[in-house]
Design a protein around this ligand. Sequence first.
Ligand SMILES: [Zn+2]
Length: 728
Amino acid sequence: MKILTIHADFIEFEAKKKAFAAAEEGVEKGHKVRVEECLVVFSAVEKKDEENVTAVMQKYLQEIKNIAQQVNASKIVLYPYAHLSSTLADPKVAEDFLKQAQQKLHAEKFVVYRAPFGWYKSFNISCKGHPLSELSRQFGAEETLSLKKEGKDEAFVFSDQKLSNDEKVLLTAALLVGKAVKNLHPKAEVLGLGFYHNQAYVDIAGAEVSLDEIPSVEAQACSELGKHFPLEKIPVQQITHSLQKSIVQDLGKDAVGYNLDGMKLVPLYKDPFVELSRVKALKMLNQSKVYWKNNANNTQLTRVYVVGFDTSEKLAEFLKKKDEAESRSHLKIGKEMGLFVTSELVGPGLPLLAPKGMVIREEIINYLWELHKDKGYQKVWTPHIAKEQLYKTSGHWDKFGDELFKVKGKTDNFILKPMNCPHHMQIFDSFSFSYRDMPVRYFEPATIYRDEKSGQLLGLSRVRAITQDDGHLFCRESQIKQEVTSIVSVIRMFYNTLGMDKEYWVSLSIRGEDKSKYLGSDDAWEIAESSLEEAAKENKLNYKIVKGEAAFYGPKLDFMFKDSLGREWQLATIQCDFNLPNRFNLSFMNEESKKERPVVIHRAISGSLERFMSVLIEHFAGKFPLWLSPVQVKIVTVNDRNIDFAKHVTGLLKMHDIRVEVDDRTESIGRKVRDAQMERANYIITIGDKEVEKKVLAVRTLDGEVKFDVSVQKFVTEIVEEVKGRRL
Ligand SMILES: [Zn+2]
């Protein structure tokens, strides 16, 4: 079974004609159906699903219900979509399947529409832009069955993490929500409390809390804010609920019972709560279903998500940021600006860059090269596939396992490359270098492929074709420091230009206590670790040493940058490697004409270009600095008499390599300006009769500021300077 779900503003479809004789009967040709605010489930029932229709149905309904709950959709459109699979089930089976699913979902209080089966249809859909608006799933009977067979209980683990005040307030808010649920459903039991990103969650047994009920639970919890309730520790012997007793058992000596007004529970943290009256504001965000101890054979629990704060200002701030993040989603902005598209035929996790998205990517790559070319780097190119043996030698065969895409040739078996490094090792190995040639530095933004699970894929941020701005340096141990310093300067320059270097920190990962886990001699490690630290010091990096976090093959520096919403991203990295040079037996000739093993340094400045683009889109909310912007200038004409002058200005701008577009449609000027703003054109120039007559421009900036009577020459000179200086 393959499904693709779209959370849509609307879908409109129309049955055109039968695709085959046995198509669904009773369908009115040409009848249009429009459904607003719905979850559209494009579905393909597959051949192998026929073996166990019941199990597949169960899974299908569960997936739909889960997603509908997550996106808060009460209307569902089941849409047969043959293109999702090349091994379709018998049409009769598939038609019955979808009809049955419609009835079952209807019985669960969903409003369900179904597009006719076996008809050619036209449809028009508007996908919402949030992260869950497009999801794809694949499942079959085996998966459902095997889950049942292999399901294993996960034990509860006590955390000795010292909680901050804010974290305690968060858990206490979750506790209040648990209490509210118990007030409304006396039979409910509060099981686990925990953290999910910057939210807390409460797991509840013995009561279903639906999405519809969330407002009343929230109101109940809020009505008790600021009140004093006795919260006391109790001996675990007083815990009587069977599931809670199981938590006590898992935690052993760490288990501590709490009693809040008759509600007993066993938290997983030490001293996790503050005085209840200190929670001044809370908000419930969502709910989902989880299995007790993460085992699909066990009872389902309701998990509700909540945030809580000790001042109402902090809640207001949180909600503002949440709205801001949603409005900045790269999926939404990417669509508005026409940066990238996805195609079901190409496949999930394989976004396609449209011309405007490619502009941004090329500007980034060109800038990166500009920063590298004077530092001794040379461009290389490597193919996208290589024989299996290359990755067996490099160790990536074992490391990536079933994430590797395998390509069968006529005589050899190939792999779509999961890393560029082994290829670069082969280039180095094919030449004979002497100590005078070192360091050797290769630069290649290149795409690697990993078969990530389709449920984990998202827009540009989690993809299957990942382009790394990759580079590898081959150097002597004594050269590590100078090379790292040089890379650090590139990183600083790059992020400074993007305005992302104000708040960042660097993690310097070194070996842990057990030195036997690491490859390479003690001497080499000491040189590498101290070189990285000295380079960090000399560049005045804000770094923290993290012991035991080094890769087995060498120490590294990871750069964490914050975007304009304060979210942290690990982007640039510099990693020393003693392993690959060994595996590929690399060497150069030293002063004594003896073979010496080089150290490899892997470096990436932007990391994955796809993910980096998603970060940039959200960081700038699509309002890119001029040099990165796909549409730098949009010229909007008031009437047809203005077109000639518009063309003249366009020509001038193009001569200076400015990306300019003209909108001479016969639309209202207001409409044209709004469209240009949606595209985030940096400068919108309006040309009317007055401008033509005086040979001047009316210029509107991204912030909506308008200047009249701007001389053409002055405008051109200024924006050329702005691009050249890569100004923010
Ligand atoms: Zn590498």
